[in-house]
Design a protein around this ligand. Structure first.
Ligand code: ATP
Ligand code: MG
Length: 459
């Protein structure tokens, strides 16, 4: 993981998806690296070094959110992205700003749990196999709980005579062989699976009491005796039920929580998008005041302790990345304390015609390839000539500079228009191979372009 996250490699990785914006990529890469460097220091020194939070500033549609998304996929650190505006919504109480930290820990718990699950899967599979065999063997008094047998805590009760028990054993081994050979997958067997009583709490989860409900559910769930239910299922289904159950049994919930909290505290990244929308004091409507939201966010960014259902989490070393277009407001419209907590400012540039052209073709899964894949599902091979690509970029850039600059999103609207007819009826355009050239692009867009009012609505 460390090698992978060398700044140069992070930039190279982001380059696969995002065109340009070198300064932003660099700043993000350095920030990631700094955390790893810090993590290697002795604890006393670690404590002295707090992360340098980043503010990404740039017009709409130039890749801020996309950078965050790609970064999230890249770092294996706990990561969440929230929109600052979410906290201004009416009735946001309950979905308070601290929920971003809870989401971060939830995210970490999921990852740690996945990792730990991988570690215990083999063992769980062995236990599941043993349970399936017991379920298949014709009934002799209630068998000891399968994993007590597994752990050697309890031998099967020696009530039968030696002969019967030997034949049972042989039978079992025979079954085991056939089970491993996959011959019994569709056989129906009767099994006992545990069921958690959860329905009662489901009604809370959509009412903003999610966390509370989850906490209670876990508490009560652990107190209630686990309900067992007999079901007839195929061996295949039984295996996946048992493996799941045994994995749960083998996982150490406390260890998972502890690791998840440690990772969130030390390596966690919280991306706060649309921060500009909570800047400035003036607003209408019944929403929670923007400044209020900033004040709420402040202690989290400054470092405080947030209670989560896995335990308290300190936010001092979490890395915060904020992003905003700052069209109307400026970073200096944020309350000073909050400004000060985002010392690294990176500006993203608005996209040039050349950038737009590259965005059409270069990134993995670039826009044009997406259209190609979609058409290919119908057996149509779609192609754009180089001139057509330039023309699309030129037109998109032209509209961005005459109407509003909406960045790369303009490519979407322009392309939709170009593709409209073909998407509607590919067969009418020559069937299995369609080549789009500059003339075609112009022809499709001419009407709209000539009429400025019309283009305002359509493109
Ligand atoms: N530099 C770029 N390279 C590749 N694709 C880009 C780039 N900039 C934007 N895009 C594409 O344009 C779309 C919008 O980008 P994104 O969501 O990142 O905008 P944003 O900067 O977050 O804008 P906003 O301020 O409105 O939130 C996405 O589909 C993204 O893939
Ligand atoms: Mg965005």
């Amino acid at each position: 993981m460390e090698r992978e996250l060398e700044p140069r490699k992070v930039v190279a990785e982001l380059d696969r998806f995002i065109v340009g914006q070198a300064a932003a990529k660099r700043a993000l890469a350095i920030a990631l690296r700094t955390r790893i460097r810090r993590y290697k220091l002795p604890p006393e020194q670690q404590a002295e070094i707090s992360p340098k939070n980043i503010m990404l500033i740039g017009p709409t549609g130039v890749g801020k959110t996309e950078l965050a998304r790609r970064l999230a996929a890249l770092v294996k650190a706990p990561f969440v992205k929230v929109e600052a505006t979410k906290y201004t919504e009416v009735g946001y109480v309950g979905r308070d700003v601290e929920s971003m930290v809870r989401d971060l820990v939830d995210n970490a718990v999921r990852t740690v749990k996945q990792e730990k699950t991988r570690d215990v899967t083999k063992q769980a599979e062995a236990r599941a196999e043993e349970r399936i065999l017991s379920a298949m063997l014709p009934g002799k008094a209630p068998a000891p709980h399968p994993f007590e047998t597994w752990l050697g805590l309890k031998e099967p009760e020696p009530q039968e005579n030696a002969e019967a028990s030997a034949s049972r054993k042989a039978q079992k081994e025979d079954l085991r062989r056939r089970l491993l050979a996959g011959e019994l997958e569709d056989l129906l067997i009767e099994v006992e699976v545990s069921e958690r009583q959860t329905a009662m709490f489901d009604m809370f989860t959509n009412t903003g009491m999610g966390d509370l409900a989850n906490g209670m559910q876990e508490m009560v769930g652990n107190l209630l005796p686990q309900q067992k239910k007999r079901r007839r299922v195929t061996v295949q289904q039984a295996r996946s039920l048992f493996v799941q159950e045994e994995v749960e049994n083998l996982l150490d919930g406390e260890e998972i929580a502890r690791l998840a909290i440690e990772r969130s505290e030390q390596m966690g990244i919280i991306f706060i998008d649309e921060i500009d929308k909570v800047a400035g004091k003036y607003q209408q409507g019944p929403d929670v005041s923007r400044e209020g939201v900033q004040r709420d966010i402040l202690p989290i960014v400054e470092g405080s302790t947030v209670a989560t259902r896995y335990g308290p989490v300190r936010t001092d070393y979490i890395l915060f990345i904020a992003a905003g277009a700052f069209h109307v407001s400026k970073p200096s419209d944020l309350i000073p304390e909050l400004q000060g907590r985002f010392p690294i400012r990176v500006e993203l540039e608005s996209l040039t015609e050349a950038d737009l052209e590259r965005i059409l073709v270069e990134p993995e899964n670039a826009l044009l390839s997406q259209y190609k894949y979609l058409m290919a599902t119908e057996g149509v091979e779609l192609e754009f000539t180089a001139e057509a690509v330039s023309e699309i970029a030129r037109i998109a850039h032209h509209i961005n500079s005459t109407a509003e600059d909406i960045g790369a999103r303009r490519l979407h609207t322009v392309l939709e228009r170009v593709m409209d007819e073909i998407a509607f009826d590919p067969q009418a355009y020559g069937g299995d191979k369609i080549s789009i050239d500059a003339e075609y692009v112009q022809a499709r867009l001419q009407n709209v372009l000539q009429n400025e009012d019309l283009s305002r609505y359509i493109l």
